[in-house]
Design a protein around this ligand. Structure first.
Ligand code: ARG
Length: 461
């Protein structure tokens, strides 16, 4: 029993290089438990269709259960002669139940509908694990936000001083995209929950097998509506590859900030020893490798997505062997995120924020200039005029090397008579932050609501 699934019309076996190229057991073996579950469902519909006696069904299911246990224990593994997971498992089944019974299981199915189904099953499970890991990162961000309800920081645009914000506001700004990614994974599942089993090679089965029964047993929502589409389309895989890449990109944005924040020039944060690394030559080094690997792996996940799309482009219907290239990119994207997510969660939850330093820098770079302009607007000045006046205040303060709050009453008045000493009320970081109190803004009351919302959404997932 060599496990070959074809050969009847061939006078000779494949050349060694042909077999080496064709082989996929080194990566598709992870589908083995799914293949066996699907085989059990298939055996039942063969029985319902009168193609397998009740006694044969019992022996078949028992053989498949024994095979599953041997796969799990490692007792049964692919051999050099096996082309793919499907051939290897048929060999294993025949070893256990004999060629007469073992040779009956393959009726009415093809590796084309099998692999399309198993890949969906694997991805649906994998995506749930990934979503759990993303939730842990959201949780770490929310916990840090809750631990720093009043801490302020310099808010930036273009990486230049912009306006002061609450640290919690900034941290939660990283939680929101991750929650949307989780929602995307859940949405992906709606389309992935359709079973191709029963489609055969492309045209469907003539044996009276019930695709809906298999779909239900394998926890799909329904069987596919079109067997040609079901065996040849991989948009579900591309969709998953996109969401996984998006997660990596979202993590990389946060990682980049941690890298910048941990430099001596910024000194916003100190990394925990457990989540950083040293240098083999420079004894003083403490490097943000978790963040750098996150940034680097984001590129890899983007590559997995674009590589898969390139594989799918312009393939004629129906199944083509090109499609064997669909699995490794997804296996890799999932594996990388399973490494990254716990490390990022650990990194974020153990960051020490230097809130005094961040508070000291919050007004630097004249970040309260907008507050002067908006104060003038509240006093009836057109924004265009107010913007000019606040800009003149910045120019004056800059030329004297002082902060906006250090301008004299006379200086304010000479820039614009509307700038009475009352303007000083808004020239504090705390006042500026508290004033941005509309929905979504950085005022403490709003950020507390945002934290509640993030936690509620996380629990709902
Ligand atoms: N290993 C293939 C894949 O991953 C499935 C086998 C289909 N092969 C075939 N000759 N139709 O897509």
């Amino acid at each position: 029993n060599t496990g070959a699934l074809w050969g009847g019309r061939f006078a000779s076996g494949p050349a060694a290089a042909m077999a080496a190229l064709s082989k996929s057991t080194h990566f598709d073996w992870v589908l083995a438990p799914y293949d066996i579950r699907a085989s059990k469902a298939h055996a039942r519909v063969l029985n319902s269709a009168g193609l397998l006696t009740d006694a044969d069904l019992i022996s078949m299911l028992d053989g498949l259960d024994r095979l599953a246990r041997d796969v799990e224990s490692g007792e049964f593994a692919p051999a050099e002669s096996d082309e793919d997971v499907h051939g290897a498992l048929e060999r294993g089944l025949i070893d256990r139940v004999g060629a007469e019974l073992g040779g009956r299981l393959r009726a009415g199915r093809s590796r084309n509908d099998q692999v399309a189904t198993l890949f969906r099953m694997w991805l649906r499970d994998a995506v749930r694990r990934v979503a759990g890991g993303v939730l842990d990162v959201v949780d770490a961000l929310a916990t840090q936000a809750a631990a720093h309800p009043d801490a302020v920081m310099p808010g930036k645009t273009h990486l230049q001083a912009a306006q002061p914000v609450l640290l919690a506001h900034h941290l939660l700004a990283h939680a929101h995209p991750l929650l949307r990614d989780i929602a995307r994974l859940q949405d992906f599942d709606k389309r992935a929950a359709i079973s191709p089993y029963g489609s055969g090679a492309l045209a469907g089965s003539s044996l009276g097998l019930d695709p809906d029964a298999i779909a239900a047993e394998l926890k799909f929502d329904a069987a596919a509506d079109n067997s040609i589409d079901a065996t040849s389309s991989r948009d579900f895989a591309a969709e998953a590859a996109f969401v996984l890449a998006m997660i990596a990109v979202d993590l990389s944005r946060m990682a980049e900030e941690v890298i910048i924040w941990s430099t001596p020039e910024f000194r916003y944060v100190t990394l925990a020893d457990a989540w950083s690394t040293g240098s083999s030559i420079m004894p003083q080094k403490k490097n943000p490798d978790v963040s750098e690997l996150t940034r680097g792996k984001a590129g890899r996940l983007i590559g997995n997505l674009t590589g898969l799309l390139a594989t799918l482009k312009a393939q004629p219907l129906a199944y083509n062997r090109d499609l064997q290239e669909d699995k490794e990119p997804l296996f890799d994207s999932v594996a990388q995120l399973e490494l990254l997510l716990p490390a990022i969660a650990g990194l974020v939850s153990t960051l020490t924020f230097h809130t005094d330093r961040m508070a000291e820098l919050a007004p630097a770079g004249f970040t309260l200039a907008t507050d002067i302009a908006e104060w003038l607007v509240r006093n009836g000045v057109p924004f265009r005029v107010a913007h000019e006046a606040a800009g003149a205040c910045v120019r004056q303060a800059e030329s004297r090397g002082v902060g906006l709050d250090e301008l004299t009453d006379e200086e304010f008045a000479s820039i614009d008579p509307a700038l009475t000493p009352d303007v000083r009320a808004v020239l504090t970081v705390a006042g500026s932050i508290a004033s941005r109190d509309a929905r979504g803004g950085t005022a403490g009351i709003q950020v507390a609501k945002q934290l509640g919302g993030v936690r509620e959404t996380a629990v709902a997932h």
